[in-house]
Design a binder for this molecule. Sequence first.
Ligand SMILES: O=C(CO)COP(=O)(O)O
Ligand SMILES: O=C[C@H](O)COP(=O)(O)O
Ligand SMILES: [Zn+2]
Ligand SMILES: [Zn+2]
Length: 323
Amino acid sequence: MIVTTAELFRCAYGKYAIGAYNINNMEQTLGLFRGCAQAEAPFIIQISRGARKYADKRMLEAMIRAAESIYPESIFAVHLDHGDEETCYDCIDSGFYSSVMIDASHHPFEENVAITRRVVERAHAKGVSVESELGMLGGVEEDIKIDEGHACLTDAEQAKEFVAQTGCDSLACAVGTSHGAYKFKGKQSIHFDVLEAIFKRLPGFPLVMHGSSSVPQEEVRRINTAGGKLDPSACGVDENEYLPAAKLGVTKINIDTDGRLVWMRVHREYLRDHPEDFDFRGAGRVYMAEYANFIAHKSEKLGCAKQLESIRKSILAQRGNRA
Ligand SMILES: O=C(CO)COP(=O)(O)O
Ligand SMILES: O=C[C@H](O)COP(=O)(O)O
Ligand SMILES: [Zn+2]
Ligand SMILES: [Zn+2]
C-alpha cells in the first residue's frame, strides 16, 4: 500500500522514526521490500534526481509497482529526494509519488519560503506531502558540495517561522550530520541541543534527518581489504542515536551511503573470491540477501520494526475518518 509521508508521520511521531532509503536498481528495490517484510516495518523509498537519470523514472516506477505486487503486505511512501521545483511538479503530476522534497535551502530565506509555498500548493491539491529544508548540511548533495566550514545548522526560531509561512508537512533540519561516505573527520555527532531547540518550538511537527548513515568502520575495512580505497578515518552517525532523535520529533531518517557500502563490500569480496565466475547473478543474490538483512537491522535501530500492522490499522482509520 502506497501511503503519504504525512500519514506515516502521524503514526510514528515522538515514538520511532521511519527509514528512508534511496533506490537505483532492481537489486536494491527487491532487497528493500524483502528487508522490510522480514522486519515487519513501514518504509520510505527515496528517488533522487540522479536515480531518475540513471535508471529512467519509468523504469523506477515499474520496478516499485512490481515489487509491491510481490510484497502485497508492504506499506511505504514514494518520495522524491532533494527535488528542485521542476522535478517536484513532474512527480506531483505523475500520480505515483506520494511525497516530494523541495530543497531550496541554498537560496536566501525568503526565496526558500516562496519556492516551498508554491510546491506545497501544487502538492496538497493532489494529496501529496511535502518535505522542505532549512539550514545546510555538509558533504555532497546532488551536484553541490559543501565543506565542513560552510555547513550551517538550522536556527530554531527561523524553523518555526518557515513552517508557519510555507505550510509544509515536514522539515529537514541541519543538526550536525552530513551526506556521503566522507563525512566530517572523526565521529559525527547529532547536535541534540539544536534538535531539542527546534523540537520545543515546533511541538508535534515532523522533522527529518538527512545524512544519517553510520559508515561502519568494519564495512570500510572489508571494502579496502578487497581492493577499495575509501578513507578509513570517516565515520557517520551512531545508530544508537536514531531513537533519541525520534523522541525529539525526528520521524524520517535518510540512509543511502550505508546501503552503497553493502553493495561495494559484497561485490568486491564476491569477485575477489570467485575469479572464475562470469554469472553476475551469484553476487546479485548475495547482495539482495545482505541488503535485506541490513534494512531489517536499521528498522530495529529506528524503532519501526514490528510496527507494520499497527500502522496499517491507524492509516486505514485516518482514511476512514476523512472519507
Ligand atoms: O540524506 C541522505 C539522502 O537524502 C543520505 O545520507 P547518507 O549519505 O548519510 O546516507
Ligand atoms: O543525498 C543524496 C542521496 O544520497 C542520493 O544521492 P544521488 O544524488 O547520488 O543519487
Ligand atoms: Zn539541501
Ligand atoms: Zn539528503
